[in-house]
Design a protein around this ligand. Structure first.
Ligand SMILES: *Cc1c(COP(=O)(O)O)cnc(C)c1O
Length: 575
């Protein structure tokens, strides 16, 4: 690699940083023809016809957008799923539904087809692409590709999708004339991309061990999962049908066959072998992720905390204010004096920005009925709490409903509303029934029904609208289980007060940087949560407190949430 660490360390100004990337000729390693390649089984980019499931896909979309803004050559390789999932509310119950999607409706260009071998037959994949300045989205797809995360995570179809992305995507890259300078694997479902590269090098005559070293040096594995045992594994038989037939090098085949233990292979174990660089998605996550390599050694992950593409998620009015006060620079990175400059924000400015944000939120909610089919509009004087994130056990969406009487008192006292939105993973019966319990509770109480609304089919649009327009957001994962989380970052950027447990990326900052929920037991956490809800509500009624808390959030978290900072960290780690 050409750009040396030393050079990066000497650069303070961000503009210098990026011109140094050019000057030092990172372009010798990164160029239009040799881009940074980013592999992901999930992309959450509805504008381009690809709807994801959660944070993994959001991160991928943000990474590409940030790269585009910074003129970094990056190619994102992902499937285009011909069907997308929605969750609608019908006859009093949540229901999964899927809709067909056609890439032609999203300006993708058809390039050609490539083939992979699966189950003793050739499968033809279409290669389609869409360019965005220095970046592009390159997809493989076919009519029976299915939906994101459909079926069992250890099942044949999932393996097929992953193999298609890896081997098919690698051929697609060559088809459009690109060679990967870097392979970033966004979770282990993308392992086959690195394997395809290893196979190509070895099959073209490179000494096998050299090919391994070369592939390892250029591969970064980004882990989002805390527990290795939770990761999918596949059987030898499945590999015989889907993987081995796509390998040309006998040495690679042998190498891979040796990685089976008791007839099964865990993608995380081989991904660790094939990637020299490994990262976790927050400081805490990188520290606690408990992974072992095949020799039994604990794997070291470098922390690169997820950031968000600020101009995508944060209202333009807020960003304009932060830039005019020289808090953020033109790359949306905090300036050298950002913490001092944050002090110049006033409560009037915060309220004025939030009032514009409220209007934006109302505009979006005009088209989004709640689970009872009702449309709502919120006044500037209404205090709005929100909980918006995937409904999985560890995120505990039900927590604020643990003591309904207490919740009612708070909502009444502060003239407050509570907006709840989030998708239940399809097939998660337990969470579906917990959500239904909460909805029944709300519907059985006239006051709650008038103040608490559940919006189905959580997506980017709702996420953005709520961050921009609500006052207080609630994020209460069980401590130790959130890898990073990004919805809270959208809230910090949009000047919401954040109530959170000290977990994921939130734990990159100090505990007193936000309204922290803690407790030795869940019962204590619940008590603490209601206290923090009251504290947040009264802060919105008091200029001094509001200013104090918002400034503290910004000065502690702006560097964390900046997607440009994240990309800079990745480049720094890679080169
Ligand atoms: C931001 C976002 C996410 C990620 O949220 P987490 O906090 O990481 O769970 C998931 N889904 C949508 C639609 C989002 O906008």
């Amino acid at each position: 690699m050409v750009l040396k660490r030393r050079v990066l360390e000497n650069i303070e100004d961000t503009e210098d940083f990026y011109s140094a990337i050019k000057r030092e000729n990172l372009t010798k390693s990164l160029s239009e023809e040799r881009p940074y390649t980013y592999w992901t089984i999930e992309l959450y980019d509805q504008k381009n016809g690809i709807r994801g499931g959660g944070g993994l896909g959001i991160l991928a979309a943000d990474t590409r957008r940030v790269a585009e803004a910074m003129n970094v050559p990056l190619t994102l390789i992902t499937p285009f799923y011909p069907k997308e999932q929605h969750q609608i509310f019908e006859n009093g119950a949540l229901k999964d539904s899927s809709r067909p999607v056609d890439y032609k409706d999203f300006d993708f260009e058809f390039i050609d087809t490539v083939n992979i071998k699966c189950n003793n037959q050739l499968t033809e994949l279409s290669v389609i692409e869409k360019e965005f300045n220095s970046t592009r989205i390159l997809c493989i797809t076919e009519p029976n590709f299915g939906e994101l995360y459909s079926g069992d995570s250890c099942g044949d179809h999932r393996l097929y999708q992953e193999v298609a992305l890896g081997f098919g995507g690698y051929q697609a890259l060559k088809l459009v004339g690109l060679k990967p300078a870097i392979i970033q694997l966004n979770e282990v479902a993308t392992f086959f991309a690195a394997l395809a590269r290893l196979d190509e090098l070895a099959a073209n005559g490179m000494d096998f061990y050299e090919a391994v070293v070369y592939t390892r040096k250029h591969t970064l594995y980004t882990n989002h999962t805390l527990v290795q045992a939770a990761e999918a594994s596949f059987s030898f038989d499945q590999f015989e049908r889907y993987v081995f037939p796509n390998l040309k090098s006998r040495a690679v085949k042998k190498w891979l066959k040796d990685k089976f233990e008791n007839g099964r292979i865990r993608l995380s174990s081989v991904t660790i072998e094939i990637a020299e660089l490994k990262s976790g998605v927050s400081k805490l996550h990188a520290r606690v992720a408990d992974y072992r390599d095949l020799a039994g050694e604990k794997v070291k992950f470098k922390a690169v905390t997820n950031g968000i593409d600020l101009p995508y998620w944060v209202s333009a009015d807020v960003l304009k204010t932060l830039q005019s006060k020289n808090i953020l620079d033109k790359f949306y990175l905090p300036t050298e004096n950002y913490a001092e400059n944050v002090e110049t924000l006033s409560s009037e400015e915060i309220r004025a920005l939030k009032s514009k944000g409220r209007a934006f939120m109302n505009d979006v909610l005009k088209t989004r009925p709640d689970s009872n089919g009702a449309l709502h509009e919120f006044k500037d004087s209404d205090l709005v709490f929100d909980f918006k994130r995937r409904f999985v056990d560890y995120k505990r969406p039900w927590l604020p409903f643990s003591d309904p009487e207490k919740l009612k008192l708070i909502l009444e006292k502060y003239n407050a509303f509570y907006i709840l939105t989030g998708r239940v993973h399809s097939g998660d019966e337990r969470m579906m029934s917990r959500l239904n319990e909460v909805l029944n509770l709300i519907n059985s109480d006239a006051f709650l029904k008038s103040r608490v609304f559940y919006y189905p089919d959580y997506d980017e649009e709702l996420a953005r609208a709520l961050s921009v327009g609500s006052n207080v957001s609630i994020n209460v994962p069980v401590v130790g289980l959130e890898a990073c989380g990004t919805s809270w970052e959208k809230d910090i950027g949009n000047l919401c007060l954040l109530i959170s447990t000290h977990d994921g990326g939130v734990a990159d900052g100090p505990r007193d940087a936000y309204l922290n929920v803690s407790g030795a037991s869940e019962a204590e956490e619940i008590k603490n949560l209601y206290l923090k809800m009251e504290e947040a509500a009264s802060a919105w009624a008091n200029d001094f407190d509001l200013e104090f808390l918002i400034k503290k959030q910004l000065s502690n978290f702006l560097p964390v949430i900046s997607g440009s900072r994240m990309l800079r960290d990745y480049l720094d780690f890679l080169f």
